[in-house]
Ligand binder design. Structure first.
Ligand SMILES: Cc1cc2nc3c(=O)[nH]c(=O)nc-3n(C[C@H](O)[C@H](O)[C@H](O)COP(=O)(O)OP(=O)(O)OC[C@H]3O[C@@H](n4cnc5c(N)ncnc54)[C@H](O)[C@@H]3O)c2cc1C
Length: 451
């Protein structure tokens, strides 16, 4: 059988298949070995557009070059219990994934364990109507990740798994794939293409008649506050996740990707701009930033969340004159645009300067703007100062995810013997969840091979 993609989903599926079945397994990946993956943008900040992109492609998949944080919760990075139909089964899967990482060298130490500080923050948040999600995390660290990935590869090869790297699958047919113009026949295919291969896979899936739909997206702003304001929270958890239901619309809003003493960054796409955040080990800013995102799903007859998210990003890019928008929270609440002069009056100095001070309410629907303001006002009760007038908001921060491929409990699509796993199928959004769906798909394939 063939596995497309050597990210966590593909590798963990191969792990399970080679351990618990006699099926012959070949893993194909567009990218290279982990030690041959290098990114010039990591060194001098300039993306030269490598094909394939070494950050996203190759042995270990996306995040193979990151610091590799394992979020040890079944409902972070996707809700595994929706696939297993049971919380305890989902928790067990997370443990299995974690055990395999530890077996291959992940550090023993765990962060975020129960403590008085965690309990106090949970209580303070609950009193403000906010859910704080305590997460156990294992930080692998970028220096250890290549050794762990190679250790998994070596074990898989000993168990008979073959790897074909630098091999982009050009087309998927029924019972075959095309690589470098040559057809390879196979009884069973597992597509684990990750986010980088999601659009390509969605096209293949449509051609094959696979059932798929648009999943929900997340739209919002990057919030920047003085580091001292958010310090009590990041002291308890480096990347605190708060879940909020807003008062007016009962919408789901969450915090995501906190960068203590970090920088807001611009993301440039072909036809729009966006924002993100980063923190550096060696250099610290005076500010902390995090994403505040509104979860948006659309219902029939219009379900194309991707087109909706893109329209919002284009609109924000237009009103920002090709740059991200920057607005003080006080200006947004007061119904006026921000100007450099008004931003200068506040006490938060923006860490991203290539922005246009303006009015986010000209770019985002009233419902989203209300959700953002109400979300921040709730958070202000957990971390006083977050909803101060000087708080800076950058827009747009838009998270588009892969099309959701319809699967049964074995991760098999409606096209027989075509299985899917991981981010590329819209089933996960993180290392642990992707690996867990790989295990599920492998078990589905084994069960079918025995039937
Ligand atoms: C910079 C960065 C940092 C991250 N840090 C973290 C983190 O700390 N913690 C966390 O939980 N998550 C993190 N993530 C997200 C995480 O890496 C992904 O959620 C996870 O890797 C998804 O696993 P996957 O196996 O589904 O897909 P991927 O890891 O994306 O792997 C898919 C693989 O498929 C291959 N592929 C795609 N199309 C084809 C094709 N046509 N032919 C052949 N091969 C193909 C690609 O080359 C790729 O190697 C990070 C992501 C990035 C980009």
């Amino acid at each position: 059988m063939l596995i497309i993609g050597a990210g966590p989903a593909g590798l963990f599926a191969a792990h399970e298949l080679s351990k618990n079945s006699k099926l012959s397994v070949t893993v194909l990946d567009w990218g290279r070995e982990i030690e041959k993956r290098t990114c010039p943008a990591f060194e001098d900040g300039k993306c030269i557009g490598c094909k394939p992109c070494h950050i996203m492609c190759g042995l270990g998949g996306a995040g193979g070059m990151s610091s590799g944080i394992l979020n040890l919760r079944y409902d972070i990075g996707g809700d595994l219990s929706e696939l297993t139909k049971s919380v305890s089964k989902a928790e067990k899967l997370v443990k299995e994934v974690d055990d395999i990482f530890v077996e291959h060298g992940a550090p023993k130490e765990i962060h975020g364990e129960e403590s008085e500080e965690v309990e106090a923050l949970t209580r303070r948040a609950a009193a403000a109507g906010v859910r704080f999600i305590p997460i156990l995390q294992r930080h692998i660290g970028s220096e250890y990740l290549p050794d762990i990935i190679n250790s998994i590869r070596n074990k898989l090869e000993k168990q008979g798994v073959k790897f074909m790297l630098n091999s982009k699958v050009e087309q998927i047919g029924k019972g075959e794939v095309t690589v470098k113009g040559k057809r390879i026949h196979t009884k069973c295919i597992l597509a684990a293409t990750g986010r980088v291969g999601a659009d390509w896979f969605a096209e293949q899936a449509r051609n094959l008649g696979v059932n798929l739909t648009h999943g929900p997206i997340d739209v919002g702003v990057r919030v920047e506050v003085p580091a001292v304001v958010y310090e009590p929270v990041v002291k308890v958890n480096r990347d605190p996740k708060f879940h909020i239901r807003t008062k007016t619309f009962d919408d789901f809003v969450r915090t995501f990707c906190t960068n203590a003493m970090g920088w807001v960054m611009e993301e440039r796409y072909d036809d729009h701009v966006g924002v993100n955040g980063q923190s550096l080990r060696a250099k610290k800013s005076q500010n902390t930033n995090f994403a505040l995102l509104v979860h948006i799903g659309l219902t029939l007859p219009v379900t194309n969340t991707t087109a909706y998210g893109q329209s919002l990003a284009y609109l924000a890019t237009t009103i920002g004159g090709g740059r991200p928008l920057l607005q003080r929270l006080g200006d947004l609440r007061g119904g006026r645009r921000s100007t450099w002069e008004r931003v200068g009056r506040g006490h938060v100095k923006p860490t991203l300067r290539s922005v246009t001070p303006g009015d986010i309410s000209m770019a985002m629907p009233g419902r989203i703007v209300t959700d953002i303001i109400e979300g921040l006002e709730c958070l202000d009760k957990v971390s006083p100062g977050v909803a101060e007038d000087s708080t800076l908001l950058y827009a747009p921060e838009v998270k588009l995810y892969a099309m959701q491929i319809h699967v049964d409990e074995n991760m098999e699509t409606n096209v027989p013997n075509l299985f899917v796993a991981g981010d590329g199928a819209g089933l996960s959004r993180g290392i642990v969840a992707a690996a867990a769906t790989g295990l599920l798909a492998a078990r589905g394939i084994i069960a079918k091979s025995k039937a």
